[in-house]
Design a protein around this ligand. Structure first.
Ligand SMILES: Nc1nc2c(ncn2[C@@H]2O[C@H](COP(=O)(O)OP(=O)(O)OP(=O)(O)O)[C@@H](O)[C@H]2O)c(=O)[nH]1
Ligand SMILES: [Mg+2]
Length: 612
C-alpha cells in the first residue's frame, strides 16, 4: 500500500497527486461531443421507457418498474443535461452510510458549515450542493436534477436541493452532500440512489466500523458496473488499526474490481468548535480535489468516463426492461388463453347439447308429444310437407295443446343450458386465473360467476332466435315450396318442428326414436319425429337455424369472456413496446460509439484505467 500523508492508496496505484497532472492529449476538446445524434437518441430512449408499463404481477414487474423509474430519473437528472453541457462543473456526490461523517467532511473540505452535521440519525434529509459562487448559476438553473426544487435555506424536504456557495471551494468542482444510502427513511434511500446516479464522481464515505456493511457494497458494485468514477474515504479510523483496516478494505475493493479507486484513510480525530475536521486530516483529500479542480482535462476525463459508463450501462438495463415487457405480453396471452379455453369449452358443450339430443327431454319432449298428439299440428302444416303428415295423421288422437307451451319449454330448456355453461366457464376461467400470480391479482369475486344480466340476455337470445327461426320458415315458404305464405299457424308449427329438429341433429336422426322412446313417447310422436327428420326441407332449415343459434351463443359467451379479457387488455403492453425499447437502446449505443466519448477520454486520475 502506498501511503500519502494520512491517505492510503491501494497498492499498485500511482500516487493520486502525480496522476492529476494535466495531460496534453485532448487539450482543445470541445465542450460537447460535436455529434447531435446522442441527445436525440437519448430522447428517443426516454420516450420508449416512458411508454413501457409493467402492470401484471410477475416476478420481473416490480424490479422493472423500479429500473424504469431509475433510468428515467438518470436520463433527466444527469445524462441529458450533462450531454448538453460537457463543460459544466464536475459534480462530486458524497454518499455513504448514515453518520459516516459525510456532512462533516463536506464542511471541512469547503471550510464552512454548509451542511448540518449532527448526532441525530439520519441528519441530512435534503441534499445540499456546495459550489464556488462562479458555478452557482449552472446549478441554480436546474438543468441537472430538475425534479429538485432549488432553495437557499436549509430544508427537511427531500424534494429540495439547497444551494450554498463557498468561495473556499475552487470553481469547476461542486460537492453534493447526500442523505444516507442505508437509511431507515425510505425517501432518503431512494434520493441517495437518485443523487449518486447524477454524479460525475462518487465520493464514497464509510467508517472503520461500517465499511463491511452490505448496502454500500451493493451500490459500489452497481457503480462499478456502470463505469462511474469512484473515490473512497475510510473515515474515523483509530490510528493504531489504520494499516490493518485499510489493507482489509483495499482487499475488498480489489475483490470487487474496484482496486483502482483512490482510497483516502482519515484517522479518528476531534472535530473543532465549528464541527470541522483539522486540516491535516483532510489535506490529502483537499489536495486531490484541488488538483482535479485546477485541471480541466482531468475533470473532463472524469466526466467522460462516468458519462460514457452510464450510457454504456443503458443498453443492458433497457434490454432487461424489454424482456420484462415481453414477459408481460406472454403473461397477458397466457391469461387470455385460460379464459378462451374456458369459454371454448362452454361453446363446445352447447354444440354437444344440440347434437346429442339431451335437449329433447323432459318438458320439451312432453310438450312436443302433446302438440303432435292433437293432430292439430299436422293439419297446420302445408300440403308440401304432407309427406310426413300423411304418414302420421292417422295415428294422431288426443286433446289439443297450445304451441306456445312447447315454445316456452324450448326457451327454458335452452336458457338453462346457457346459464349452466356460462356458470361453468366463469368458474373455470376464475380457477385458471387464480392459479396464475398475474391472474390472481386481476380477479374480483364477481368474475367467478356469469354477469348479472346473463339470465336476461340468455332469455332474450332464445326468444330472438325463435323469432328468426319463424322468419326463416316464412322466407322459405315465400316461394310456396314449403309453407303457405299466409298461414301464420303453419309457420308457427313448422318453426317448432324445425326447432325440434335443431335439438336432434343429423347425427341424431337415426336414433331420434330411441330418445323419444326412452322418454315414453307415443307412437305418433315417434313417427312424427321420424317424418320430420326425414324431410329435407326441415333439415335444411334446421341446419340454418342451428348455425344461427350457435352464432348467438358464441356472441353471448364472448361477451362473458370479455369481462376477463378487458382486464388483460388494459394490462397488455402495446405490440411494439419491447421492440421500441430495443431499437432505442441500440440507437443510443450506436450514437455513443459514434460520439467517441470514451475514446476521447484520457485516463481518469487515480481510477481504473490509470495504468496501475
Ligand atoms: N470525533 C469525530 N466525530 C466525527 C467525525 N466525523 C463526524 N463526526 C461526528 O459524527 C456525527 C455524524 O456526522 P455527520 O457528518 O452528520 O454524518 P453524516 O454522514 O452526514 O450523517 P447523515 O447525514 O445522517 O447521513 C456528527 O456528530 C459529527 O460531528 C470525526 O472524524 N471525528
Ligand atoms: Mg449528513
Amino acid at each position: 500500500m502506498t501511503t500519502h500523508g494520512d491517505t492510503a492508496i491501494p497498492a499498485g496505484t500511482p500516487a493520486v497527486a502525480a496522476r492529476t497532472g494535466s495531460t496534453e492529449a485532448g487539450k482543445d476538446r470541445p465542450a460537447s461531443t460535436g455529434d447531435d445524434s446522442l441527445p436525440a437518441a437519448l430522447a428517443g430512449l426516454r420516450a420508449a421507457i416512458g411508454a413501457a408499463r409493467f402492470p401484471l404481477t410477475l416476478p420481473s414487474a416490480e424490479p422493472a418498474r423500479h429500473a424504469s423509474g431509475r433510468l428515467t430519473d438518470q436520463l433527466d437528472d444527469y445524462l441529458l443535461p450533462r450531454l448538453r453541457r460537457l463543460d459544466a462543473p464536475l459534480l462530486v456526490v458524497v454518499g455513504g452510510s448514515t453518520g459516516a461523517g459525510k456532512s462533516t467532511l463536506v464542511n471541512s473540505l469547503v471550510q464552512a458549515r454548509v451542511s448540518a452535521a449532527g448526532v441525530l440519525r439520519p441528519t441530512t434529509r435534503s441534499p445540499v450542493l456546495v459550489c464556488n459562487p462562479a458555478d452557482s448559476g449552472w446549478f441554480r438553473q436546474g438543468e441537472l436534477l430538475p425534479g429538485l426544487t432549488r432553495t437557499t435555506e436549509p430544508s427537511e424536504d427531500s424534494r429540495t436541493l439547497q444551494l450554498v456557495s463557498a468561495p473556499a471551494l475552487p470553481a469547476g468542482l461542486a460537492f453534493l452532500d447526500a442523505p444516507d444510502i442505508d437509511s431507515v427513511v425510505d425517501a432518503n434511500r431512494a434520493l441517495a440512489g437518485q443523487l449518486l446516479a447524477a454524479a460525475d464522481l462518487w465520493l464514497f464515505v464509510t467508517t472503520a466500523a461500517r465499511y463491511a456493511d452490505a448496502v454500500p457494497w451493493e451500490l459500489l458494485r452497481s457503480a462499478r458496473a456502470r463505469g462511474a468514477v469512484i473515490a473512497m474515504v475510510l473515515d474515523r479510523v483509530p490510528p493504531e488499526a489504520a494499516d490493518e483496516i485499510a489493507a482489509h478494505l483495499s482487499e475488498m475493493l480489489a475483490a470487487q474490481d474496484l482496486g483502482a479507486a483512490p482510497l483516502f484513510v482519515l484517522p479518528e480525530t476531534w472535530v473543532d468548535g465549528q464541527g470541522l475536521l483539522p486540516d491535516r486530516v483532510t489535506a490529502p483529500l483537499a489536495t486531490w480535489f484541488a488538483q482535479l479542480a485546477a485541471d480541466a482535462d482531468a475533470r473532463a476525463a472524469v466526466v467522460r468516463q462516468t458519462l460514457d459508463g452510464a450510457l454504456a450501462a443503458l443498453h443492458p438495463a433497457v434490454e432487461g426492461l424489454a424482456d420484462a415487457v415481453d414477459e408481460q405480453l406472454a403473461a397477458a396471452d397466457a391469461l387470455d388463453e385460460r379464459v378462451l379455453a374456458a369459454y371454448r369449452g362452454a361453446q363446445r358443450t352447447v354444440e354437444q347439447g344440440l347434437r346429442d339430443g339431451r335437449l329433447l327431454r323432459g318438458e320439451v319432449l312432453a310438450r312436443w308429444q302433446e302438440l303432435v298428439g292433437t293432430g292439430e299440428f299436422f293439419r297446420t302444416l302445408e300440403a308440401r310437407v304432407g309427406r310426413f303428415r300423411d304418414r302420421v295423421v292417422a295415428a294422431v288422437t288426443g286433446r289439443p295443446a297450445p304451441a306456445s307451451e312447447l315454445r316456452d319449454a324450448i326457451e327454458s330448456q335452452l336458457v338453462t343450458l346457457l346459464r349452466g355453461v356460462a356458470a361453468e366457464a366463469a368458474e373455470n376461467a376464475y380457477t385458471g386465473w387464480k392459479a396464475h400470480p398475474a391472474g390472481a391479482a386481476l380477479l374480483e369475486p364477481a368474475l367467478a360467476h356469469p354477469a348479472d344480466d346473463l339470465p336476461a340476455r340468455a332469455e332474450r337470445l332464445v326468444r330472438d332466435w325463435q323469432r328468426v327461426v319463424l322468419e326463416l320458415v316464412r322466407v322459405e315458404g315465400g316461394d310456396r315450396r314449403f309453407v303457405a305464405r299466409t298461414a301464420a299457424y303453419a309457420v308457427n308449427a313448422t318453426g317448432l318442428a324445425v326447432m325440434i329438429a335443431v335439438f336432434a341433429s343429423t347425427a341424431f336422426i337415426p336414433t331420434g326414436l330411441e330418445v323419444a322412446t326412452g322418454a315414453g313417447t307415443t307412437v305418433a310422436a315417434q313417427t312424427v319425429l321420424q317424418a320430420i327428420f326425414g324431410d329435407q326441407a326441415v333439415r335444411t332449415l334446421a341446419t340454418k337455424a342451428r348455425a344461427d343459434l350457435l352464432d348467438r351463443v358464441r356472441a353471448l359467451l364472448n361477451d362473458e369472456a370479455t369481462r376477463y379479457l378487458d382486464r388483460t387488455e388494459q394490462a397488455r403492453p402495446a405490440m411494439d413496446t419491447a421492440a421500441a425499447l430495443r431499437r432505442a437502446a441500440h440507437g443510443v449505443e450506436v450514437a455513443r460509439h459514434r460520439s467517441g466519448l470514451a475514446d476521447a477520454a484520457p485516463d481518469v486520475p487515480g481510477t481504473e484505467g490509470g495504468g496501475s
